[in-house]
Write a protein that binds this ligand. Sequence first.
Ligand SMILES: [Zn+2]
Length: 167
Amino acid sequence: MPVDNLPTCGQARAIAEQVLDPELPVLTLADLGVLRDVREDGEGVTVTITPTYSGCPALDEMRADLRRALLAAGYERVEIRTALTPAWTTDWISEDGRRKLVEHGIAPPQHKAGPVTLNLTPPTSKVPCPRCGSVRTTELSRFSSTACKALRRCQDCSEPFEHVKEI
Ligand SMILES: [Zn+2]
């Protein structure tokens, strides 16, 4: 590859951050917090990601999207590594990401409070409606279009909406 086509150093992270999540395409991988490390080495780049929902079929797609974006930017070798510990949780979703979800009518996951405590009530009992903000919402189905989202309905505006489940 001609030298003047070399990607700008430091560009790889910015490119990787803009790749969209296959399951929640309103969020970038940066919003999700799954990008652990982006290392450039000459014309190669190594990206380390932590998959979101374990066994999520979107992982392969996420890898392929990252590879495609970085190859298109001029990197010759793209390696995608997976780090499983510490495990990703929905708390890693940025405030920006949460705001984007609400803007798209999807209820973001609730922040989990501190250390995990044994809790017999479902953690999703008070999910505010992304449209009107009412907390009088009920879960219609544990799964909606993807396994990571539940389907809920607001009792005040009676609109159904998707909720990204806390993990
Ligand atoms: Zn509502």
